[in-house]
Design a protein around this ligand. Structure first.
Ligand code: ADP
Ligand code: MG
Length: 734
């Protein structure tokens, strides 16, 4: 048996079943065995319904029945109730003050319940249990698989797998065991070199698979998880190290800029650069001066002044000439005539609004110089300066602009994705700046650069605070610069946590701000009416419903508009424009405003359902209101009464910057919840690994060594090579 064998060659699977398995990406023997348990349950934690006693905190698995809602006999308060049965007995369940529970679940559902046993002898019930729906009961506790087979078992763990309709956790478990029995682990070669495993005390592949799927001890399961986590991060690091090596090997534009030359540009700023900004600029210029193309990520909170860094470094490039022999010829007038034949810069933004904002900022920074700036978006092109009025930009045709980009006449081009369309071709593209799309940076550089041209330097900028371990992994091919200092005199946002029943004071405050001429954002977690079948849906305020409610009950005298992801780009643009022109007082939005929108007069932000967001995300949302000179306020509203939630949110008021909050999120909520497997390309296990700095650094070090020592990885380590290729295919699919 080989890992690449189709599963159906060894296990009976019919067509429907096969389809279901495919949803879990399980098609081969190997992919089934690599579908690792998401977690383990300790059988000793699980009680049988029949054995429960009053006062016990119980966890039971069973099937629901008889769900209904009624009013309490005396208090008339709503109660949801039902029964749970697990084969040993049947017991009543009651949820007080949560009438919607009965509608969220259905009779016949398999669930895990965790709650307290209350009532009196003979009339016991499970009180307010938490419900976790299951596709089936994970493993039948009453088949004697785990119980009493081995007196030496100090733990009695059983694995719980991620399931899908038609594929149960139980089936996955039994199939893994069956494949082991049939010899799946014989002749299995471990792709990870033995020295590395030994060095970090990791189990080899066959042991790790057995440990993962049927651990005898918690320690074994732990060791297996560590090994697979290492393996996943290791392959990613190999890929990043290879990308880095490829960039290093390629020819680039070497740009050398004198101090005075640069000072002539920055001295004109109406402010002094922060220490962080000056450092970042120096680091970038140092990279420019070397023979290898830069690949750098610039991370800084909203308002930390990334644009000034982008503009200054773009200036260094736009005033540099292509190397001898590559000149377009004719000009030769020395550095004073920098309008023709200079190196070029492409600056990409994720949205049209942002591209326009950058275009306007760049005009501010460059208007005194003979350096032309182009703007290219889906809805048209602009150029600065206009021929007729050199103080203003002008609309031009796409054909005209792309011609000027092609012959090198326009050195700075700002735009959206429209920039990577085929018709935009640069003469000497030396520098690519990418705003808020760090994930795509490397790919976009490839797309922007001409084939067999020199490879441009890359600066990827983001306000998304990322924990260090995650950055090292998913941006492992980039050097990282932090902009962790805010410009002087910027007042931090005053943040208030607003609990149940405390919204009156908040609304009064916002009302007074509106009266003083300010504007406000209200952020809600959902767009439409809540879907009552979804857990917690009833507590979520929707953008549309909330806007209506605010207009009717709270802010009758003010103009309220909505902004959310289901609107077309044109609709969004219109609303944003109206908001920035103060035709709208209150903007009720989903978290789509998270990226880049800047309205200086909007100094208040109310975030509903704050507990649903990560702290780093809340921090970014709050960053929307620190642009102006007025004191800004953020209200994080939560209906949650839990101390844990309130305490977590309190970190918002005390943290020094976004990075601190990102680390906080990672430790307390786990990475997966925040950055999502899809977004980062990491599995749940990989996200878990990200919590472990030592593991990430080990994987990174080993990967670097291996790539440096074995440039021909395909020949020397074909198994690793294959895994890395596969990784690339998965990551570039989206
Ligand atoms: P970011 O892109 O990092 O969110 P911007 O570059 O847009 O931040 O800068 C935000 C605002 O701060 C802009 O109005 C800019 O002119 C201003 N700014 C940038 N650097 C400084 C500084 N060192 N001192 C004062 N103001 C600054
Ligand atoms: Mg910015």
């Amino acid at each position: 048996m080989r890992f690449s064998d189709p599963l159906s060659a060894h296990v009976r699977v019919d067509g429907a079943h096969q389809k279901s398995l495919k949803r879990l990406n399980i098609e081969t023997v190997g992919s089934l065995l690599y579908h690792l348990p998401a977690r383990y349950e300790d059988i000793t934690d699980v009680q049988s319904v029949g054995g429960l006693e009053k006062g016990q905190e119980a966890v039971v698995y069973g099937q629901l029945s008889g769900l209904k809602t009624r009013k309490a006999w005396k208090s008339r308060k709503p109660i949801a109730e039902g029964m749970v049965e697990d084969g040993s007995a049947k017991m009543k369940i009651m949820w007080f003050n949560q009438p919607y529970i009965a509608k969220m679940y259905t009779d016949g559902m398999y669930v895990k319940l965790a709650g307290k046993v209350a009532g009196s002898e003979g009339k016991l019930y499970l009180s307010n249990p938490e419900v976790e729906p299951l596709d089936s009961l994970p493993v039948d506790r009453h088949d004697s698989l785990f119980v009493g087979t081995d007196a030496n078992l100090d733990d009695t763990l059983y694995p719980i797998y991620r399931e899908t309709k038609g594929v149960t956790s139980r089936w996955l478990y039994h199939t893994a065991l069956k494949l082991f029995e049939q010899g799946a682990l014989k002749a299995l070669i471990d792709p990870i070199p033995k020295e590395i495993l030994n060095k970090y005390n990791l189990p080899d592949l066959p042991s790790a698979l057995v440990f993962a799927h049927s651990p005898k001890k918690a320690k074994d399961a732990e060791a297996a998880r560590k090994r697979f986590a290492f393996e996943e991060v290791f392959y990613i690091q190999i890929q990043k190290a290879q990308e880095r090596a490829a960039v290093s090997a390629a020819q680039t534009y070497t740009i050398v800029t004198g101090k005075d030359h640069l000072a002539a540009f920055t001295d004109r700023f109406p402010f002094d650069l922060t220490g962080s900004q000056a450092n970042s600029i120096n680091e970038i210029l140092k990279d420019f001066g070397s023979n290898h193309a830069m690949s750098r990520l610039l991370e800084g909170d909203v308002g930390s002044g990334k644009t000034a860094v982008a503009a200054t470094t773009a200036y260094a490039v736009a005033t540099s000439r292509p190397p001898e022999g590559m000149k377009s010829g004719g000009e030769g007038a020395g550095l004073s005539a920098i309008d023709y034949g200079a190196l070029q810069i492409a600056y990409m933004a994720p949205t049209e609004i942002l591209a326009k904002q950058h275009f306007e900022s760049f005009i501010e920074y460059f208007h005194h110089l003979p350096i032309q700036i182009g703007l290219i978006t889906g809805s048209g092109c602009m150029k600065f300066p206009s021929k007729t009025d050199p103080t203003k930009p002008t609309k031009i045709s796409k054909k005209q602009l792309t011609d000027w980009i092609r012959n090198g006449e326009v050195p700075i081009v700002i735009g959206t994705h429209a920039l990577i369309y085929k018709s935009v071709e640069f003469k000497h593209l030396a520098y690519v700046i990418i705003d808020e799309q760090h994930r795509f940076g490397t790919n976009q550089r490839k797309k922007l650069a001409k084939k067999d041209a020199r490879i441009p330097h890359l600066l990827s900028m983001t306000a998304t605070p990322i924990p260090r371990t995650l950055a090292l992994t998913i941006y492992g091919d980039l050097d990282i610069t932090l902009l962790d200092e805010m410009p002087k005199g910027r007042k931090p946002v005053k943040t208030t946590i607003v609990g149940p029943g405390q919204s009156k004071a908040m609304y009064e405050h916002v009302e007074s701000e509106l009266t003083n001429g300010r504007q406000a954002y209200v952020i809600c977690p959902r767009i439409d009416e809540p879907d009552p079948t979804k857990e917690n849906a009833l507590n979520m305020k929707s953008v549309i419903a909330e806007a209506k409610r605010l207009k009717k009950d709270v802010f009758q005298n003010w103009t309220i508009a909505t902004l959310h992801g289901k609107m077309t780009p044109a609709e969004k643009d219109k609303v944003m424009k109206d908001f920035s022109e103060h035709k709208i007082d209150i903007l009720c939005a989903t978290s789509v405003i998270e990226v880049g929108v800047s309205v200086a007069n909007a100094t208040n932000i109310i975030i509903e359902g704050a507990e649903r967001f990560g702290l780093a995300q809340l921090h970014q949302l709050r960053g929307r209101v620190i642009r102006g000179t007025h004191q800004a306020h953020c209200f994080a509203v939560t209906e949650s009464k839990s101390d844990k939630t309130r305490n977590r949110l309190k970190a918002l008021a005390t943290a020094k910057n976004g990075f601190e909050l990102a680390e906080h999120d990672l430790q307390f909520r786990g990475g997966g919840e925040l950055y999502g497997g899809k977004q980062s390309g990491l599995s749940d296990l990989g996200m878990e690994a990200i919590r472990n700095l030592k593991l990430v650094e080990a994987a990174r070090t080993e990967a670097k060594h291996l790539v440096a020592k074995h440039p021909n990885l395909a020949r020397d380590f074909p198994l690793i090579h294959e895994k890395v290729i596969h990784l690339g295919a998965v990551l570039h699919m989206e």
